[in-house]
Ligand binder design. Structure first.
Ligand code: ZN
Length: 242
């Protein structure tokens, strides 16, 4: 019994499988995350060779056999290939793909996250906004979509305005000195102000942020660690950014 389905998907990662095949993790609009086998794609002239690589986006025809999906055809609409020429933006894109992988559950569609993922990758590939700022924005938005909306504006506990900021991911973000208890750690005012600006801005407005390279890396590292703490993972791709 075979059943062909058509999905719109983004390749998150690909692993070698058997002699000539690959197992590809796809984030799809219709079925959420799934693994699909690409047969024969390690042969030099394989038709779907290019599609079985991270960042490839397009339509995939999958044949459902038992618990497995076999990819029988695909049409790429975007490969974000220009990222390959921009090392730092490419590494930031790898963080985006890994965050998607940890933020999604197999078989559960998330249309908003799907659209946000494409938006972030397009910004990294075709715009000039600082790549760490784009990636931080993507992580903040992703956290909100999976139930961890972070608060950077007022104390997460008493709602007061905060001039001496503390932060706790588990308690929802910013804390004032009175509410910090034992789990709030001090955070620089400039860092919290940048996070607030990023959270409240769309991607177009992000291009106006004034931040140097070192501060942008520190900011990305901070919010990535918040993601890891809340989701319970570590992001290998982050090592290339820092
Ligand atoms: Zn408070």
């Amino acid at each position: 019994m075979e059943d062909n389905i058509k999905v719109t998907g983004l390749v998150l990662n690909a692993k070698d499988y058997k002699d000539n095949d690959k197992i590809v993790v796809l984030f799809t609009l219709q079925r959420g995350k799934l693994s699909a086998i690409f047969r024969g794609v390690k042969k030099p002239k394989a038709k779907m060779k290019m599609a079985a690589q991270p960042f490839c986006f397009g339509e995939f025809i999958l044949s459902e056999r038992g618990n497995n999906y076999i990819t029988t055809n695909c049409t790429l609409t975007e490969s974000f290939y220009d990222l390959a020429y921009q090392t730092e933006r490419f590494f930031a894109g790898c963080v985006v793909l890994e965050v998607i992988d940890y933020a999604t559950i197999e078989g559960q569609p998330n249309e908003k996250l799907f659209l946000q993922s494409l938006k972030a990758l397009k910004e990294l590939t075709y715009e000039t906004t600082n790549e760490n700022v784009i990636t931080a924005k993507f992580i903040i938005d992703t956290l909100a979509l999976i139930g961890y909306k972070m608060n950077f504006t007022k104390c997460s506990s008493c709602r007061a305005s905060v001039s001496r900021p503390y932060f706790s991911a588990l308690r929802g973000g910013l804390l004032c000195p009175l509410c910090k208890d034992i789990d709030g750690s001090p955070i620089q005012l400039s860092l919290i102000n940048n996070l607030k600006f990023i959270d409240n801005s769309d991607y177009e407005r992000l291009s106006t942020i004034k931040i140097d390279s070192t501060a942008s890396k520190k900011l990305l590292c901070f919010i990535a660690n918040v993601f890891c703490e809340l989701v319970g993972c570590s992001l290998k791709s982050l090592n290339n950014v820092l």
